[in-house]
Write a protein that binds this ligand. Structure first.
Ligand code: ADP
Ligand code: MG
Length: 697
């Protein structure tokens, strides 16, 4: 921590304590091995395998001191968040004792039996082997289990035997590499001296719900699918708008304190926490980091939130839409890049030169995102996110960019400007030495935009709360690498043709980009029907459901993009389509089966019991009264008929694996079930209510 603050005795003082960080490894490695490893970590140089044994030994010594008994190669398969298989350091000796062993080979490479992980056709079962390979750019850490046991976790990539990417991290690292290459090239064009390795940054804000475990245990839907398939919205929900940034309840504070302490020990720079819009909804945001590390840290955040919640008698729900009728949860993916000059290239600068680079960056993002909007949409397409995107609380499925009033105005002036003579008319001429000061820290906010410029970064708000950020960043990095490549090529060609400098050709190039891609800019309310109509006019894709959104992965344009930048081979891209479509279909099917089970074995029996009670009451009523009871019996009975009819349709849909039929039947059945919840006595109703789950904790 900073020398001006002595946090040594507080929980902050434990920051990074369980991480085999650059700082820690200095004490465990020889100078030679340390220097070599640090070059790989900080400068991106290739790993020198000759130091593997020494690094493994140092890591083991450190981990044993921390109390670790096991190590694991942690990886991020195409389904689920992470996967891990633990191995004890244990090696029995011939005298009946044991020693702790861990070799360089074990550090660098693991061979989990990969046959059970989905590969989307990348691997036949007879060649089921996959291997995990150490990613030295994300530090190993020791995870403490509540029982006192500890595991050394080594972040790895997961590949097939021929190097095919079977995970989310491999593509991410490749896309970062592709982007960095283009940033260096653009840096050279702008005459920037390379003092550091360029990289992308990510700050991933995480939204989540907390509910009391005793309710969770009685909700088969939450237990099995992560969301409530039924539940009538209570009288009070989020309409008072008093939860967002509201006072944090003591029980939640205790949870947050414990989660922070855990995250800090693991080197995750959790910084901001607050109540979110829906009751029982919260957010945690870390300080941004290099993208690969931030993606890993987000995964760690998800695990820690769930584990700490469990210890606090709570359950942390990461589903995109655990409760209908109130806001769902997303992840705000704050993306930027640091150039070879060590500076954030999305910060308006102090000099015309820096501002020319900044505006060039804005144009590059416009070009990349407009051209590959459907692919970006595909990166956030999941069954869970379908309930959230476009639901008047999260960005719509239409990808557009918000720049804010001042920057939009500047972009418009750049578009109109150009002729040097027209400068007097207030139009801007972009040249590296002619640009006026740009507004800094533009504070406009537009909560409805899927991709908003927020002062020094682009905030992509469509990522689902339970998703890894890897997919979205693979697309952002690659699409922007492509746009940067195109722009650099054009600038270089124009400079060569005209024998002019960058100053002379830049404006024309940016003008061309703005003319072609300004349709992607939208500053208004993204939730309105007017915007949907306007977007259709502009030709922007509006892919509302996962299957149509995932189709972008089958599109030649996307396949060629990933292939050109060596991010994913055509086979790898195809495999993503297969795996994600399969996950979608499986999710809908399991939700369908679960809804059917709850309706038939819990909801209908409760309604029949109530009908029986009403019937016996009716039987003892004197003649001439009881019209109210008769009406209620009729109403309840009619609803049970509807539930039965929809259940039959759902059953058919489940058996036919027909996702659309299942979704339609589930929605229709829910209407009747929720109506029954408002009629059947609370003590007969088999499921905890929304009011209990959202307000009692
Ligand atoms: P808000 O929700 O108001 O946008 P937060 O403080 O909750 O703001 O989150 C902003 C996130 O953006 C934080 O995770 C922060 O670290 C991150 N961020 C800030 N600057 C950058 C940057 N240059 N690159 C990536 N992320 C950034
Ligand atoms: Mg925030």
């Amino acid at each position: 921590m900073s020398s001006t603050c002595s946090c040594g005795s507080s929980k902050l003082g434990h920051f990074g304590e369980n991480v085999f960080s650059v700082k820690t490894m200095r004490n465990y490695l020889s100078e030679n091995a340390y220097q070599k490893l640090v070059s790989t970590i900080l400068k991106g140089e290739a790993l020198d395998h000759s130091i593997a044994d020494e690094v493994a030994d140092a890591m083991k010594t450190w981990a044993l001191e921390k109390g670790a008994t096991h190590f694991t190669h942690m990886f991020q398969p195409l389904t689920g968040v992470t996967a891990e298989k633990h191995e004890a350091f244990l090696m029995p000796d011939r005298e009946g004792g044991a020693v702790a062993t861990f070799s360089g080979k074990e550090l660098i490479q693991g061979e989990p039996d990969a046959s059970s992980f989905p590969s989307g056709g990348l691997r036949a079962t007879f060649e089921a082997r996959g291997y995990t390979a150490w990613d030295p750019t994300s530090p190993a850490f020791v995870r403490e289990n509540p029982s006192g046991g500890c595991v050394l976790c080594i972040p790895t990539v997961f590949c097939g035997w021929h190097g095919e990417a079977l995970d989310k991290k491999t593509g991410l690292l490749r896309s970062q590499h592709a982007l960095a290459k283009q940033i260096s090239r653009m840096g050279k064009l702008f005459g920037i001296k390379e003092t550091t390795r360029p990289y992308a940054t990510l700050g991933a804000e995480q939204e989540y719900f907390l509910i009391d475990k005793k309710y969770f245990e009685k909700r088969l839907d939450l237990l099995q699918t992560g969301r409530t398939l039924f539940g009538s919205r209570p009288a009070r929900h989020q309409q008072m708008e008093d939860h967002y940034f509201g006072h944090i309840k003591p029980r939640i504070m205790a949870f947050m304190d414990e989660a922070n302490a855990e995250l800090w020990k693991l080197g995750v720079p959790a910084r901001t926490q607050h109540n979110e819009v829906s009751p029982a909804q919260f957010e945690v945001a870390p300080i941004f980091e290099e993208q690969n590390l931030a993606v890993d840290h987000n995964v760690v955040i998800m695990h820690v939130l769930q584990e700490v919640a469990d210890r606090c008698g709570l359950v942390c729900l990461l589903h995109e839409k655990p409760f209908a009728g109130v806001n769902g949860s997303g992840k705000h993916n704050n993306w930027s890049i640091v150039g070879p000059d060590g500076k954030n290239w999305l910060t308006p600068g102090n000099t015309p030169h820096e501002n020319a680079k900044f505006l060039t960056m804005l144009c590059i993002v416009m070009k990349g995102v407009d051209t590959h909007a459907a692919l970006l949409r595909a990166a956030v397409a999941t069954a869970g996110n379908d309930h959230r995107l476009g639901a008047n609380e999260a960005p719509p499925a239409i990808i557009s960019i918000f720049l804010g009033e001042q920057l939009t105005d500047i972009i418009e002036q750049v578009e109109k400007g150009g002729a040097r003579s027209s400068k007097s008319a207030g139009l801007i001429e972009i040249g590296v030495s002619t640009l006026p000061k740009l507004p800094r820290d533009a504070t406009d906010r537009n909560r409805t935009s899927p991709l908003a410029f927020t002062g020094n970064k682009f905030e992509f708000r469509a990522v689902g709360a339970s998703q890894s950020c890897a997919g979205a960043n693979v697309v952002l990095n690659t699409a922007i690498a492509w746009a940067m490549d195109e722009v650099c090529t054009e600038l270089e060609a124009k400079m060569a043709d005209s024998k002019k400098d960058l100053n002379a050709v830049l404006h024309g190039v940016l003008q061309g980009i703005i003319r072609k891609h300004k349709r992607i800019l939208f500053d208004g309310d993204n939730y309105t029907a007017e915007w949907r109509a306007e977007a259709a006019k502009r030709g922007l894709p509006n892919l509302t459901k996962t299957p149509e959104a995932l189709a972008a992965l089958e599109d030649k344009k996307s396949i060629a993009l990933f292939e050109k930048y060596e991010v994913l081979s055509p086979r790898e891209t195809k495999s993503r389509y297969e795996v994600y479509m399969h996950a979608y279909e499986q999710t809908v099917t399991l939700e369908g089966s679960c809804a059917l089970r709850i309706a038939r074995t819990m909801v209908l029996p409760a309604a029949y019991r109530y009908l029986a009670e009403l019937g016996s009451t009716q039987a003892v009523l004197p003649k001439g009264v009881g019209a109210g009871i008769a009406a209620t019996i009729k109403e309840v009975a009619a609803l049970t008929d509807k539930v039965n009819a929809e259940a039959a349709k759902l059953d058919k849909g489940v058996k036919a694996h027909d996702a659309d039929a299942m979704l339609a039947a589930m929605v229709a059945m829910r209407v009747s079930v929720d109506a029954l919840e408002n009629l059947v006595p609370a003590n007969l109703w088999p499921l905890p209510s929304y009011a209990e789950m959202l307000f009692l904790m």
